[in-house]
Design a protein around this ligand. Structure first.
Ligand code: ADP
Length: 248
């Protein structure tokens, strides 16, 4: 049973690839409304963990629950997305030859095949939803620009907006500030911080300054399990964490 307030619950999760334990008795509990950062050296299992949460990879053992007792182990990848878990990969995959508005519209439709007929059929509620997301991602002024004309940062925000069109409860975000300017990083920090509370956000990120600027709680993964958890100051002062990062 989920304890009150826990939205994601991973317990004793393990997965091996050709005998190599990429995830090793992992326990992770995320509260609803949290903005959690996951850090850890290369090969720590961060990507594999995200793959398990989204159903892309099946663990060999363990349990995974989401929201009101939804057993993630019993759901397919699309069913997990349907249940409210959205994932943003590192590289933005916007539709460059469509406008920002159309990209959001398309994400709402989900099914790309019916997209060409959509614009005419948008109702007020759907337009309001797109306007609301445009405001959250601060791209109102770019709404009629081709996505291909956006900066790298703007493309990343648009892709977060595309996820928001699906109204996810939990957002998994993979290295959101890779390749960004300082200004873009500040704007991304604002965006992710503003999403927390109404959403639950889990961010995998290498940039420690960025992690420090957004995270209240940081989880350090190492060799497929949790090495340390706490505030950025707490985990950075942890001798085990220092040892792991010096060894990189
Ligand atoms: P991180 O994202 O923290 O860098 P990963 O989850 O990508 O770590 O990888 C954890 C370990 O599992 C690495 O040693 C990686 O080589 C291995 N691994 C990940 N996916 C596969 C796979 N599909 N087949 C074999 N080994 C894999």
């Amino acid at each position: 049973d989920l304890s009150h307030g826990t939205i994601l619950y991973l317990e004793d999760i393990s997965v091996s690839f050709d005998g190599f334990k990429a995830i090793n008795d992992l326990n992770l509990y995320i509260d609803a409304g949290e903005l959690r950062c996951i850090i850890g050296p290369n090969g720590a299992g961060k990507t594999t963990m995200m793959d398990i949460i989204t159903g892309k990879t099946r663990p060999d053992k363990g349990s995974a629950f989401f929201g009101q007792n939804i057993n993630l182990m019993q759901l397919s990848e699309p069913e997990i997305a349907q249940a409210g878990i959205g994932r943003k990969f590192q590289k933005p995959t916007v539709f460059e030859s469509h406008t920002v508005f159309e990209n959001l519209e398309l994400s709402m439709a989900g099914d790309k095949r019916i997209w060409p007929t959509l614009t005419a059929q948008l109702n007020g509620i759907q337009r309001d939803k797109i306007d609301e997301v445009l405001e959250i991602i601060a791209l109102q002024e770019q709404r009629n620009l081709y996505a291909g004309a956006l900066s790298h940062g703007q493309k990343q925000w648009l892709e977060i907006g595309m996820l928001l069109m699906q109204s996810p409860k939990l957002l998994l975000v993979d290295e959101p500030v890779a390749g960004m300017t300082h200004q873009e990083m500040d704007r991304t920090a604002e965006l992710l911080t503003s999403l927390a509370g109404t959403h639950t956000v889990v961010v995998v990120e290498h940039d420690m300054d960025f992690v420090r600027s957004i995270a209240r709680k940081v989880t350090v993964l190492h060799q497929g399990s949790v090495l340390a958890e706490g505030s950025m100051d707490e985990v950075q002062a942890d001798p085990r964490v220092i040892e792991v990062y010096l060894g990189e």
